[in-house]
Design a protein. Sequence first.
Length: 236
Amino acid sequence: MATTLLAPQYNPAPIAPLPLHTPSAPAVVPPIASGVHDWRQSPPTIVGESLTLRALQPSDAGSLLSMLAATEVARFLSPPPTSLEGFERFITWANQKREEGSYVCFGVVPRGMQHAVGVFQLRALDNSFTSAEWGFALGRPFWGTGLFLEGATHTLDFAFGSVGVQRLEARSAVGNGRGNGALRKIGAVHEAILRRSFRKDGLVHDQVLWSILDIDWLASRSASLGLAAGHAERWH
């Protein structure tokens, strides 16, 4: 399960920037207000019921290689690293970009495990990080387990609540039925078809442009939390 654009394209030279929509200059993010957690310097760790989202660590390189370089996972990703060293360098790059304030990458660590088996990524599309792009990739053994929905919910809560994102976009190849289904399930809105916008293995794909707005996400979360509270009252 994966979306298209947010895995940085890898080559043996230093890690390349993200393949599309990269700003011509590094994002300049406003200073964090006093008393607010600075996610740039202190990587956030989010503990859920079945997983933990945390900053990537060098020890994750081996598990990410085995999970994300698999053909069925990488099919609709920009080419991920193909070696242990490549993923080690990707992890270094990801943490550097977080410190710059333009990018966040969470490793997905299932409960009871020590290493990441997937990633959720956020990337600023403007200097204020109010407009951003997100993407995800999850190892095949964890498809259909509920990890995506839980991890995506925590990631979006972080994006809209801690980072201050107001509009969040995602791009997924039209033929990526699982990825598009996951985006629809989380509440993303199908906005457009981007014709011939993604190249992979010599083929050119159309992509679906999806979006989520902060006001829609917060309304949805408030409704779901209210419903959960109502069920709890009924059972007590």
